[in-house]
Write a protein that binds this ligand. Sequence first.
Ligand code: GH3
Ligand code: MG
Ligand code: MG
Ligand code: MG
Length: 300
Amino acid sequence: MDKKMQVLVVDDNEIDCLTTGSFVEKANMNLLVANDPYSALEIIANQEITPEIIVVDWIMPKMNGLELCQKIRELKFTITPYIIMVTSNSLGENEQNALDVGADDFIEKPIHGAIFISRLRVGARIINLQKKLLSLAHTDELTGLLNRRAAIDACKTHLSRLARTEVPLSHCLIISDIDFFKKINDTYGHEMGDRVLVDVSKRLRNSLRPFETVARFGGEEFLLYCEANEKEIKLILERMRKAICTDPYTLNDVSLNLTMSFGCVVIKQNDTHHDINEFIKTADSLLYEVKNAGRDNFKV
Ligand code: GH3
Ligand code: MG
Ligand code: MG
Ligand code: MG
């Protein structure tokens, strides 16, 4: 089931806040409340809960709704919030100004509950569309794993989190590649090749924890990112190597075994200022060494 839509109501008038809030809850959405624009910006900056629909009152002391709307539009979001401006200030040019600075909708006070709920649902449709597009843009169609672009974004997030952690930690970035994959396509056909890619993806995904990253980086090449030190990662890599080569891959009557090679770079907190592509390059050259040394192995 879809998660509840997060709706932030910004209004300096407590009664209006309660009324608007009750409609939000009636629409079965999750209500967040700010009684002034500054607390609204704080809630928006909070990484844990990102408001998806923001209902902004126009007349507020210190910073009005129009300015707040402008400020929100200057921020960077993964999902751009849908802004509904609400006001008793309903001159035609106000409506135009609100829409021009970035509001998506404009409603006059007093709010008509049923219509407001319908308008919240319009906002929810736009948000859900954004989510769907984002997920398509980030997912590898065949395997369902993250694709290359999303892998790099995820690694950047992991890196900045590593830079911020207070306890000494290290992370690992792995590039892995199926050995002699071309032979599988050539011998058994592309359908078998695809089947192997899907199965390998599952085995790799199951080898790491949910918050760690497993991505399809290229044709038969994968990027993995996990929280581990050098000693731990050697055990994890050996477990992954075995998960890939132990059980056969089957499609119809065909059953085959394969192996995979892994190159892994350990990232310490002091290294987090490096560009992610440098780590990928290092992992890749370690992978190349494993290939040259006979494959079915890993190098850290
Ligand atoms: P090595 O051990 O050196 O990695 O040899 P390899 O044969 O695995 O490497 P090579 O790069 O020569 O071949 C990779 C093959 O992967 C070639 C390409 O046709 C195949 N491939 C890439 N993407 C897909 C895909 O989506 N489906 C299938 N079936 N094959 C793919
Ligand atoms: Mg007001
Ligand atoms: Mg290969
Ligand atoms: Mg390859």
